[in-house]
Design a binder for this molecule. Structure first.
Ligand SMILES: [Ca+2]
Ligand SMILES: [Ca+2]
Length: 297
């Protein structure tokens, strides 16, 4: 009966267009009783994917021309509140819950913390904090649920979409906040006060040791918040080397277990929070530095 009532509800899920102001990205609010999701409409284009600054790691090269189609992206990382609505409606068990542990920073390394989950990551959080301790598989499951709820295709961003968005449609912002001093939740003086050995952004204090409520800092020019820092974000792609040829809407699918994450987190300063920086983790990884945001078509 619960499933039947959910299906009935899904059929009346509504999409409300909020409309845009000139020069502002068009915003939509996908409204359901289960999950409100604010997304920004991002017109596609061709851009140069990779380390256009020539200052990053080897895996950010070669730079190549990539075309991405139009897409919409969640303006925030998925929150604890949104993820909880998913698990409450479906009974979904995260990998951390079913296996009984997640990775937590203990001051010197990322170690298995038994009992750590997105509900109890070991630090205070509200429904507005980004969900953490979710694996790639957990994130994909959330997307599948939200696709059903909204009647839209909801999925993880491809690595190319993520970078295109973080760089304000393929321009040259070095970070989610632009090119200057930080305006986001990165490894800062407040984190160093707790963990003196942490590599931080010297002289910068954002006031958050671990995660911050989403949207605590200003957005980029296309309306996206926390593209650098707060939580690292799962992408749809398997990790692989870049190639030089031009591509259209690339998505790397491989048999191995390593998936791409982008943007760095509260745990990173330079160089991890750069918009072109790439990270890979096993798809079963879950820890207090990893979350995700979604793309909607
Ligand atoms: Ca911080
Ligand atoms: Ca982020």
């Amino acid at each position: 009966m619960r499933v039947l009532s959910l299906l009935c509800f899904l059929s009346v899920a509504v999409v409300i267009a909020v409309g845009g102001v000139s020069k502002e990205p068009k915003k939509e609010l996908l409204v359901t009783e289960l999950a409100d999701l604010s997304v920004a409409s991002i017109p596609g284009s061709t851009f140069r994917l990779g380390d256009v600054f020539n200052e990053g790691a080897a895996d950010e090269l070669p730079v190549s021309f990539v075309t991405v189609s139009d897409f919409s992206m969640g303006v925030h990382e998925i929150t604890v509140g949104q993820f909880t609505r998913f698990t409450e409606q479906t009974g979904y068990m995260t990998d951390a819950e079913s296996e009984g542990w997640a990775f937590v920073w203990d001051g010197t390394s990322w170690s298995k913390e038994y009992g750590a989950t997105y509900r109890k990551p070991g630090f205070p959080q509200t429904d507005q904090h980004p969900v953490v301790c979710v694996s790639w598989r957990d994130a994909v499951a959330f997307c599948g649920w939200l696709s059903g709820v909204t009647g839209r295709t909801v999925r993880l961003p491809t690595e190319a979409e993520w970078e295109f968005a973080a760089r304000e449609r393929g321009m040259r912002p070095r970070y989610g906040w632009g090119n200057g001093v930080p305006n986001g939740n990165v490894a800062d003086e407040s984190a160093a006060a707790r963990w003196p050995n942490l590599k931080i952004w010297n002289g910068y204090n954002d006031g958050f040791v671990i995660t911050a409520p989403v949207g605590s800092f200003h957005s980029n020019s296309i309306g996206l918040f926390d593209m650098s820092g707060n939580v690292m974000e799962w992408c749809a792609d398997s990790y692989g080397p870049y190639t030089a040829e031009q591509k259209n809407d690339p998505l790397v699918r491989k048999e191995d277990q390593f998936k791409v994450l982008r943007g760095g987190s509260w745990f990173n300063a330079e160089p991890g929070v750069r918009t072109t920086a790439r990270t890979r983790l096993n798809q079963s990884y879950r820890g207090t530095r990893v979350g995700f945001r979604v793309v909607v078509r």
